[in-house]
Design a protein around this ligand. Sequence first.
Ligand code: FAD
Length: 425
Amino acid sequence: MSTTPQSADAEFDVVVIGGGPAGSTLAALLAKRGRKVLVLDRERFPRYHIGESLIPGFMRPMEELGLVERLEARGFEKKYGGTLVWGAQKIPWGFSFVEGGPYKYSYHVRRADLDAMILDRARELGAHVVEEATVKDVIEEDGRVVGVSYTLRGSDAPTQVRAALVVDASGQARVIGRKLSEIHWHDDMRNVAVWTYFDNTGRLPGDERSNILIEGLEKGWFWGIPIDAGTMSVGFVTASSAAAASDESLPELFNSQLERSTELKKLLSGARQSAGFRSARDWSYTCEKFSGPGWALVGDAAAFVDPLFSTGVALATLAASALSKVVDSILETPEIEEAALARYATAYRSFFDEIRTFVGKFYDRTKHKEFYWDQAQTIVDPQRVRDPRADFVTLISGLSGRHPLFHISVDDLVLDEALDEAIAS
Ligand code: FAD
């Protein structure tokens, strides 16, 4: 079986399936390094997407992309922290990002605007982007993925395109993962979300004004995200099994639980619902394989954790940044592909697992906040060097810096390869 990296007739260095935050960040960073990249997305941007509250870990890849000034200029609502009604204690408690790392704030966004901004940046840096292009299948030759086949909206005629590497960033569609990897569902997080938007909402008091509000209730929890002046995204997350067993529909459940809330109800007392309800199954999962010959997964295409701490976009873009470095080295030295992708997969998986483990612990709402801080410390600071509260904030900021994902390097693999070649000659 041949799995020789880099087909000689590849049209592109990399084809990226999906132009969401993971795909567009990867494409932009590879194009910045002079690589020939094609992004295919089935939608035309700007397109709607859920996932509007961002954590500081997201700011790192945005710095790499040179987008920080544009984010600032766009006037997205700044998110300085969170307010929680969670755990055994019914009094709201909170956190500020400044307690856990170098970034004072991140943003709440309308994803249509954010995602279009990152995709435009990829184009600006030289990536080829084709919208309304649905990838139907991957092309495999001798056990290696060598390209994809896609159709343009309004046409059934497939187009084939070849690349040295194909990256699946198709989100929960999991175009490659579905075909080439098993999936592990995390049974403790088989949830469903229902959400809508309200205008003319109130705000939390003082410094908490632009915090995300997370309020736990008997049957699940609410998010309240102030996305811009007067508009709030409000969602309710509950166990899929509870939703299925309930005689209420998801919108009815949303309304009856909202009635039982304390803080959220206050913010919505003079507000008007300004959109219909949307819902999504948000089961947490991890793909068994994150890579194989000629392919890799990134973002939700690889793994998805529950939305409780708003980690999705940060994880997707941080992993895309790491993968861009790995892919760039593979394109330079194709012989390192297997080892380099394995290193990426290990680093990404361990970062993801850390967050997932913590979210799992946090779902136990019989505890006090000190318990959650302690759990965070056990994960990110087992020597207990820092204040546990700071460890909690670092973890939920997506900044737990001891992770190889943040400093991924495959230079030693390249050097080994060069040494082998020198010895052979
Ligand atoms: P996506 O953003 O899903 O992008 C994938 C892209 O691939 C899409 O543009 C799609 O059109 C394209 N695509 C799919 N199939 C094909 C195909 N066959 N061919 C071509 N293109 C294709 N995250 C946060 O950070 N903060 C939050 O507050 C938050 N809240 C959430 C609430 C809910 C209810 C859910 C379900 C998720 C939430 N998330 C949140 C998670 C977040 O939405 C995702 O983690 C994030 O969008 C992942 O980015 P991505 O680029 O991997 O995938």
